[in-house]
Design a binder for this molecule. Structure first.
Ligand SMILES: [Mg+2]
Length: 117
């Protein structure tokens, strides 16, 4: 049975790198358009369905880019984790500056995890 990644490699060979990257740009624009609709229409079931379709399109089009750039999913996951760590640090810094005005990040995490770290 042909795997999903083999299908992407076949499509990439058939259409070429440029066409696949242009398709990614087009799909990102479509996702952007659907995100913009949430501000006008709110999060309705129809909007959510369209968002899901466009998120799937973008994720499908990211795979050829990962093949072209020889990027493994684990490479992306490691960078995502690093960036989320930085985001958590920035939130903690913001909260330290506004101490007393907002709940601290640590308190929020503890609360969400049922009172334990
Ligand atoms: Mg689309």
């Amino acid at each position: 049975m042909i795997t999903n990644i083999e299908k992407h490699k076949y499509a990439l060979k058939w259409y070429g790198n440029d066409a696949q990257m242009l398709m990614l740009v087009e799909e990102m624009a479509e996702l952007t358009k659907e995100i913009m609709k949430t501000f006008r229409k709110g999060i309705t079931p129809e909007v959510v369905q369209k968002l899901r379709e466009e998120m799937a399109d973008v994720q499908n089009c990211l795979i050829p880019l990962m093949i072209i750039t020889e990027t493994a999913p684990t490479d992306i996951e490691a960078i995502m984790q690093e960036k989320m760590l930085r985001t958590m640090e920035r939130i903690a810094e913001d909260q330290a500056k506004n101490k007393g005005n907002v709940e601290t990040l640590l308190q929020t995490i503890i609360k969400k995890q049922g009172g334990k770290l």
